[in-house]
Design a binder for this molecule. Sequence first.
Ligand SMILES: Nc1ncnc2c1ncn2[C@@H]1O[C@H](COP(=O)(O)OP(=O)(O)OP(=O)(O)O)[C@@H](O)[C@H]1O
Ligand SMILES: [Mg+2]
Length: 367
Amino acid sequence: MPNKKSLVTEQQVLAALSAVQEPELRNNLVALNMIRDVQIEDATVRFTVMLTTRACPFTGRIEEESRQAVMKIPGVKQAIVKMDANTAADTRIRGQLNIPVRNTVAVASGKGGVGKSTVTVNLALALAKQGANVGLMDADVYGPNIPMMMGVMDRPRSVNGKIQPIRSYGIKLMSMGFLVEPDQPLVWRGPMLHGVIRQFLSDVDWGDLDYLLIDLPPGTGDVQLSLAQAVPLTGAIMVTTPQDVALADVRKGVGAFEKLEVPILGLIENMSYFICPHCGERTEIFSYGGGRRAAEQWEIPFLGEIPLNPDVRLGGDTGKPIVALKPDSLEAKAFHELAQVIAAKISVLNMTRKTPGIIADIPILKH
Ligand SMILES: Nc1ncnc2c1ncn2[C@@H]1O[C@H](COP(=O)(O)OP(=O)(O)OP(=O)(O)O)[C@@H](O)[C@H]1O
Ligand SMILES: [Mg+2]
């Protein structure tokens, strides 16, 4: 509320801020209901910008543009901007599973061994480092190796009938592997899994999660699809290496998700190229760029690329993901950028669902 002594009004502040755009959502901060707590005291204006994700790639730019817009109001000598975030939620999850998870993201690949689990773990860490509450569900019933990659030796315990996820690197982790003894042969069929995974997800004490990443088993068969149908998925990420064989399998995966009406958030090219640690020379081991070309051809977003680096493998083998082990490395930075791109796409998706009139023309999720 305006102070009696002040000549500046809240209306003026909102008018000024309605000139500031959220680049991803393609509308202004006021129309998107992102401005909160406007306080005016003499010539000082304070307000909060509530973003739709903590991993917003434009935080700095939005902060600066809002400050400048308010400073232009005659009589304002100081503008103090607080940046906050309330992750946009896929409301279907709450409705169907009744768990306090805002978004579920499946990470899939056609072919095995392309680095899906590595990507899932590092994306989870990157999102968490950017301030989000992140859960990680290892749904790879054939080879649940996420606990190892996250350096987890313990098994979850149950408290008051709820399974307590294991915490590692700030991530809440659960694995289908915890359901079975390590040396027991595992035979799962699609319909059986469907029930198990739903029950499993509902029985876990996730707490409030902004993102739950789900590492699916490789392939696009019965089991994968059953898993994908068991949980309302906000979107799916496809991981590939640049070779044609891996790409051909991704195509099948994209088709399968499309049939289930799961939006494809995009494609990541892993083991994209190699930078020699000694001379800095870049070598494109598997025909680099195949992922980007394929994404263009299939009209799905290309999210980015991760270089091949022995440190990434070492991190996985020793339970120290590269984002934690070498936070300043090229690879860690690539994961951070990917996390931002993905978080932004999820925001757009949720906001588009909620307010079709405002941003229905966004060409980001073409599938
Ligand atoms: N960018 C990278 N650079 C170097 N090694 C990598 C990279 N990404 C993954 N790896 C290594 O490749 C191997 C396969 O990776 P990962 O287990 O993540 O693949 P996956 O697709 O999940 O496999 P699966 O199909 O068995 O589930 C691992 O040893 C991992 O450490
Ligand atoms: Mg895996």
